[in-house]
Design a protein. Structure first.
Length: 260
């Protein structure tokens, strides 16, 4: 019997089979959850639908999280089709490519607004729109990155967006706690997804990560999916407003241990 038997999940942010959202969706499904999908319209038919159908999904709906009407429409549809939602997964982020290189001091107002809107405010927008279907025991999950706390070269405005996302999760956790709804973040180590593609020196980051990580290996979308199962399940019933690191221990380092 799976840990999520009888639960219904809605996952935002699958772009392809490398997406963290896809790793989470598969892990939730493996534990018995019914999983629905929402992604931006352009990705839906050629990329997301085949993946979703391989997990027997019957809910595959478009949503650009910048658009309040599209956000409302997804949850209206969910309510009509399923009535309640146990697991809401936010696995999306965006900043203009130009903002992710060069000096942070040059971040424009437009770049800042776009990154914070898509990557942080959207958690508030999705959670509020989901409230009519969320219930006691429901779990909301969002993906973050350690650069919210400590400097990472080139992450720039996304670091500010992740700091905002984590703060949003804490405030949502307090708002919704009395209703028995939990809100948490998973902070993953670097994974080669579409969003990591073309990131300056990502290959080098990967190499360094593997060398210094206490667990001496890279992080996979399966690792993240398994952590998501715990946070989505009743096993984590007293955990809310937290950031759970799935990073092989890298966040605990002040200085890498010397090579053996
Ligand atoms: P990905 O490219 O597979 O997923 C990002 C998703 O964001 C895509 O599906 C994209 O369509 C979606 N998106 C962008 N703008 C959107 C909008 N306006 N409306 C709706 N969806 C939109 O990359 P990923 O690495 O799987 O990213 C998922 C999450 O994980 C992000 O929050 C990212 O910041 C976070 N994260 C990634 C890593 C990593 O190294 N890959 C590490 C830690 C955290
Ligand atoms: O959160 C992320 C990805 C964030 C991201 C990446 C892109 C690249 C393509 C958001 N928006 C865009 N927009 C694009 O046009 N990660 C944690 C992966 C990541 O991204 C980095 C990293 C790491 C790690 C960017 C710079 C430096 C390190």
């Amino acid at each position: 019997m799976g840990l999520l038997e009888g639960k219904k999940a809605l996952v935002f942010g699958v772009a392809n089979d490398h997406s963290i959202a896809w790793g989470i969706a598969q892990a939730l499904h493996e534990q018995g959850a019914m999983v629905g999908f929402s992604s931006i319209a352009e990705l839906l038919n050629k990329r997301v639908r085949p993946l979703a159908e391989s997990l027997d999904a019957t809910f595959i709906e478009p949503c650009n999280v910048q658009n309040d009407d599209e956000v409302a429409a997804v949850f209206d549809k969910w309510k009509k089709q399923y009535g309640t939602l146990d697991i809401l997964v936010h696995s999306l982020a965006f900043a203009g490519r130009d903002a992710l290189s060069g000096q942070f001091v040059n971040t424009t107002r437009d770049q800042f607004q776009l990154a914070l809107d898509i990557s942080a405010y959207s958690l508030v927008a999705l959670t509020r729109a989901a409230l009519p279907v969320l219930q006691a025991g429901s779990s909301v999950l969002a993906m973050t990155y350690y650069a919210s706390e400590k400097y990472v070269p080139n992450y720039n405005v996304m670091a500010v967006a992740k700091a905002a996302l984590e703060a949003c999760a804490r405030y949502l956790a307090v708002d919704l706690g009395p209703q028995g709804i939990r809100v948490n973040c998973i902070s993953a180590g670097p994974i080669r997804t579409l969003a990591a593609q073309g990131v300056a020196d990502f290959k080098l980051m990967h190499k360094k990560f593997k060398e210094v990580a206490p667990l001496r290996r890279l992080i996979t979308i399966e690792d993240v999916g398994n952590a998501a199962v715990w946070l989505a399940s009743d096993l984590s019933s007293a955990t809310t407003g937290e950031v759970l690191f799935v990073d092989g221990g890298v966040n605990l380092l002040a200085l890498a241990a010397p090579d053996e």
